[in-house]
Design a protein around this ligand. Sequence first.
Ligand SMILES: C[S@@+](CC[C@H](N)C(=O)[O-])C[C@H]1O[C@@H](n2cnc3c(N)ncnc32)[C@H](O)[C@@H]1O
Length: 305
Amino acid sequence: MRANPLVYRRVAAAQSQDPVLPLNRCSFLESCQAEYALRGGIVEHGKPEDAYGKIQYRGLIAWPERLRREKPLLERVLGTAPIKSLLDLGCGTGEHSRFLRSLGFEVSGVDASEAQLRAAREADPDEEGDVHPRYVQGDLGSIGSLVPAGYGGAICLGNTLPHLREAGTLQRFLDELASRLVSGAPLLLQLLNYDLILDGGERTFPLSLRPGEAPGEEIIFMRLMTPRPDGTLIFTPATLRYRPGLESPLELVSAQNVQLRGWRRSELEGALQAAGFEVFETFGSMTGDPWNPETSDLVLWATKA
Ligand SMILES: C[S@@+](CC[C@H](N)C(=O)[O-])C[C@H]1O[C@@H](n2cnc3c(N)ncnc32)[C@H](O)[C@@H]1O
């Protein structure tokens, strides 16, 4: 039986006495953390109920640290863009859009959530002089009708892609995206490594610890992944309050289900190729480490042919 890398990392972190486990610093888990804070039943994005309206997405992520970690790879990939205009697909509260704008790109952020875009626009209101709109609300499955053609590159980060749960929707998204990009445009996709989850039977993730509001209190995020026969996964994040001095030290703050499709590397590569992209390089994280079957993330750098 092969070693479980997630368990190994937990043990290594405990041994290093690091109060915040190393994997907690990965961009994917940070962005998932926001999803964990959503309450209710199965969250279906793009439906009239705006699940992201219930949380402060921006506040749940350590953005300066995340962007600092991701900057070298973003610069490397997006530096190949033939034109300095980008799409930020599933842009959330717009942190990547604003960051890339600060690097000299014109960026259109696209997201289904009205609440996420409201927060993005508030932080980034000045569209004067821009050729493309800064923020566009809509479903990625219809990207072709949301933005004009002629962008020089695109990013889709933070496990946004698994929200597109049908193979047909994924393919339509990539086909229409290809029609919005110029030849040679880079596309950077980041999601969890679902090959590891589905094949390795890995259903849990390292616990994430953050300081709570009261002294000595900590907030624990835990995550459970339950594969379903139809190929989707129920992702069940939960938040617990930990107060070691109490007789009952753990209290459940919130728990919910998010329905996702765990796209495998081979499925994504096939869909990208069918849409006219060439996969250029594959990484295991947004810091640019190489992918292998046991890395936490799958990060694909593709180029529009
Ligand atoms: C986990 S957040 C990731 C945000 C950001 N890209 C990041 O890396 O932190 C996923 C985002 O995708 C958006 N989203 C989910 N499904 C979508 C869809 N079908 N069309 C457009 N946006 C979608 C959500 O509203 C949310 O803002």
